[in-house]
Write a protein that binds this ligand. Structure first.
Ligand code: CMP
Length: 142
């Protein structure tokens, strides 16, 4: 089915000036960018977005990292977009990520791992609504 997923290009990748290289990966995978914005997350935004990880030992570091510089946030749309995006991102830990995936090619570490992608339909709906109003999403008509 056609799905939407929330994608974030994280501060390490924005700092490396590879937004375009990562966008090319999305496009070559058949994913369309139907909404996008650059923003520098506040601590409150980063904590809210990663709420489910609040009790994890890496939570404080994760929030510090995600607020360390601007991020690029986008909604990707396409056939099986959620799983497709996770495939092309590769495993969370770049050392475990399959060759040719975004994380294998561009990520620094398990924390500074270049990209985020929603992990399921409910998460995708929540994460998209976290960053975008419905009218900020532009479905393709051609
Ligand atoms: P993401 O897919 O955005 O979801 C949670 C993030 O926490 C993850 O990517 C990493 O950036 C970070 N993360 C996950 N596991 C660890 C870990 N073991 N140590 C540090 N950071 C982690």
């Amino acid at each position: 089915a056609i799905e939407r997923t929330l994608s974030i290009i994280k501060p390490d990748a924005v700092a490396k000036n590879i937004i375009g290289k990562i966008y090319t990966r999305f496009e070559e995978a058949g994913l369309r960018i139907v909404a996008a914005k650059m923003l520098h997350l506040t601590r409150e935004q980063a904590e809210g977005f990663y709420e489910v990880h609040r009790e994890r030992p890496f939570f404080k570091d994760l929030v510090a990292y995600m607020t360390s510089g601007p991020v690029m946030v986008q909604v990707l749309e396409g056939e099986d977009a959620i799983a497709r995006n996770r495939e092309i991102m590769g495993a969370t830990d770049p050392r475990q990520a399959a060759p040719g995936t975004i994380r294998a090619d561009f990520a620094e570490s398990i924390e500074e791992n270049a990209v985020h992608g929603s992990d399921g339909p409910e998460t995708a709906a929540r994460e998209i609504a976290f960053f975008f109003k419905p009218e900020e999403i532009c479905p393709r008509t051609r």
